[in-house]
Design a protein around this ligand. Structure first.
Ligand code: TRP
Length: 430
């Protein structure tokens, strides 16, 4: 599809590892090169504060993740590449969304529920050690996504629920205030969540089994030699199934290379040789990026500049959009027209067009607001299509269309209520 907006963020709470690379960095760089895609990639440093209480670590991780993205080929000219905390509109939107989010929805978020379950199992207060930040995590994430009206959000499988929540939150807001937000879809890479770490479990900082992406070559070799295997001797056939070593290889190698290693497994390759093969394949892909990464890490001022330029691009969208949202919810200046409260209520409840046929065989429509008040009624049209066209004109042009359609309108209600009802449709079309 054309003109798709793709957005993803990485929480700046640690040093990027192979799992982050395969699961997030590499696919996001690939996406960004597709034609017809507008991408937004950012460093989720507000999110980092939820887990990390060490300022130096947040800063260091922000630098490392920015340098990683750039070293892996992200082109900041082509994408909008920014730091979340440079966009003050995001926490502002987060509050607007907080006010339309059911607390019960947040109670069901996996990350929060996991903490509660753990506390319950330990016989502690359910919310022991749980910050309101952890509880609100999905709303901040929804603000990240909805601010740029992203269509697609590439994420790991553990994040799918958050995207669903962003959709729910967007629908609630749209329902109350008009169609401001696109409903986003999660996009997951099938093999991603499966990238194993040194011990065979999912590669994750919480298991302390990661292989950092840009460790020096010798250290990479040592780490790979430490991957757990079974105790089969050289010459004995080895199973690829459930082999962390094999799965890591597969995430980097071509289909032919993978088939060749599978054959070597069947032929009884020694584990030491298999590890050496994996190391060489990884190192081949990583070395050019590692060189660039080390250069970038020497030049934080350059990265800072890149991020600030990205923030300018992002705010060129976020600032006017937030102004529209503030207006939509009623955070308005007092020197512009102040609507009466009654009008505001008419706007919040959804007015609707109804099309019908009378016994005279002609087609009519009327516009009623949610409590059934008649705002507009047409004269008869020869065909249903003509009536529908007039409705479309009213929906698209709003009150402006009233003059053009004057002769086709039998009843016109209170002009202020009518204009307000029609502006509801205008907002939906925008
Ligand atoms: N929660 C995501 C993670 O930890 C990071 C993130 C924050 C994000 N905001 C986002 C991802 C918006 C996608 C879209 O992986």
């Amino acid at each position: 599809m054309k003109n798709q907006r793709v957005l993803t963020g990485i929480t700046t709470s640690g040093t990027p590892h192979l799992g982050n690379y395969v699961g997030s960095v590499r696919p996001s760089v690939r996406f960004s090169r597709q034609p017809g895609v507008q991408s937004f990639y950012f460093l989720a440093d507000y999110h980092a504060l939820i887990k990390v209480g060490e300022p130096a670590r947040v800063q260091r991780s922000t630098l490392e993740i920015a340098a990683t993205w750039l070293a892996c080929g992200l082109d900041p000219e082509r994408v909008t590449f920014y730091r979340q905390s440079d966009i003050p509109e995001i926490p502002e939107l987060s509050w607007l969304l907080t006010c339309v989010t059911g607390k019960g929805v947040l109670n069901r978020a996996h990350a929060y529920k996991a903490s509660v379950d753990k506390n319950n199992a330990a016989g502690m207060d359910p919310d022991a050690g749980v910050t309101a930040g952890l509880f609100m995590y999905p709303v901040l994430m929804a603000a990240d996504i909805l601010m740029f009206n992203a269509h697609r959000v590439p994420v790991g499988r553990d994040q799918i629920q958050h995207i669903e929540m962003a959709r729910d939150i967007a629908s609630s807001f749209n329902h109350l205030y008009g169609e401001h937000f696109t409903l986003p879809e999660a996009e997951t890479e099938e093999h991603v969540a499966l990238l194993p770490g040194l011990d065979g479990r999912k590669m994750s900082k919480s298991y302390d089994n990661t292989i950092p992406l840009f460790v020096p070559r010798e250290q990479l070799r040592k780490l790979i030699m430490g991957i757990v295997t079974d105790s089969r001797a050289p010459g004995e056939p080895k199973s690829t199934e459930g082999s962390a070593l094999f799965q890591l290889y597969q995430a980097f190698a071509s289909a032919e290379e993978t088939a060749a290693l599978a054959k070597a497994f069947a032929d009884g390759i020694a584990w030491g040789d298999a590890k050496q093969t994996l190391f060489e394949r990884l190192d081949q892909e990583i070395t050019p990026m590692r060189e660039l990464y080390n250069e970038l890490m020497q030049n934080p001022a350059q990265i800072e500049k890149t991020l600030l330029a990205g923030a300018d691009k992002a705010r060129a969208i976020a600032t006017p959009f937030t102004a529209r949202l503030r207006e939509a919810v009623g955070l308005r200046r007092l020197d512009s027209a102040v609507s009466s409260v009654a009008t505001k209520q008419a706007k919040a409840s959804a007015p609707a067009f109804k099309q019908y046929r009378e016994s005279d065989g002609q087609f009519y429509f009327k516009l009623v607001d949610a409590d059934g008040t008649l705002l507009l009624q047409s004269t008869g049209f020869a065909s249903g299509k003509d009536a529908a066209q007039a409705i479309a004109q009213l929906q698209q042009q709003g009150a402006q269309a009233l003059t053009a359609l004057q002769e086709r309108l039998a009843v016109q209600g209170d002009s202020e209520a009518l204009a307000s009802a029609l502006s509801h449709f205008g907002a939906q079309a925008a």
